[in-house]
Design a protein around this ligand. Structure first.
Ligand code: GLN
Length: 239
């Protein structure tokens, strides 16, 4: 078995160790004898040239997000939408998560029109929402990580959040929602990076990608004792 991971915009969108998520996926696959090829795509237009099993988009500041707008126009946005609707596993962090929504209006009033693959929007606030935080997913996973964003995200209609805030701000600091979950797309404000700190979540993504590709996914257990110890240390600080 072998999975192909596309790391989208690795130069522009990669904050607070986000690329550690790719390393984590690669390691957890290799430790189980699952092959893994990683592709660094500087343009989303390249999504059309291969069949990727997992797509990863990291976080980035307002300026870097604005540089990506040009690439998204002219068809790249449709390629991403298509992957989302097809059920490809997609993980998007912070600035990458915001890209999937309708728009981001920065605190200085500049509106960036984004992909609109999912029905939500983001508005910048004066005070940045910063700190270690934790949330619980609908399937009861406790996720821990770090958030740092000016954007306040509001989900519209029936769109479901990825989780409910236990401690910290999440999407907007008001309604206790965190991130978004639609089909196999997961958007979150969780830097940290999220996957090494939350190995159960990493495995869930691998399982979904294997199921998509091979129709079966049985992951052999790994020794997570170091990860568990690290989680306990961090958790005791703020949960
Ligand atoms: N530019 C966005 C904001 O500040 C995203 C920042 C990030 O990815 N950490 O809201």
């Amino acid at each position: 078995m072998k999975l192909k991971i596309a790391h989208l915009y690795p130069e522009l969108l990669n904050l607070y160790g986000d690329s550690g998520n790719i390393l984590c996926l690669e390691k957890r696959m290799k430790w189980r004898g699952i092959g893994c090829n990683i592709y660094h795509l500087d343009s989303a237009k390249l999504l059309g040239e291969n069949d990727y099993d997992i797509i990863f988009i990291g976080g980035g500041q307002d300026f870097e997000q604005s540089l990506i707008l040009k690439d998204l126009g002219g068809g790249a946005d449709d390629l991403i939408k298509n992957e989302i609707e097809k059920g490809t596993v997609l993980l998007a962090i912070c600035g990458g998560f915001q890209l999937l929504g309708q728009y981001y209006e920065t605190h200085s009033g500049e509106r960036m029109k984004f992909i609109g693959a999912l029905d939500f929007y983001t508005v910048g606030g004066e005070k940045r929402l910063i700190g270690n935080y934790a949330f619980k997913t609908a399937d009861k996973m406790k996720i821990i990580g770090f958030e740092n964003h000016s954007g306040r995200t509001y989900l519209c209609g029936n769109l479901k959040p990825l989780g409910k805030i236990i401690k910290g701000f999440g999407n907007n600091g008001k309604d206790k929602t965190e991130g978004v979950r639609y089909k196999n797309t997961f958007g979150t404000y969780c830097h940290g990076p999220i996957l090494p700190k939350n190995p159960g979540f990493a495995d869930m993504l691998i399982e979904k990608a294997l199921l998509n590709k091979y129709g079966q996914a049985e992951l052999s257990p790994l020794d997570n004792s170091l990860e568990i110890l690290a989680r306990q240390q961090v958790k005791s600080l703020y949960i």
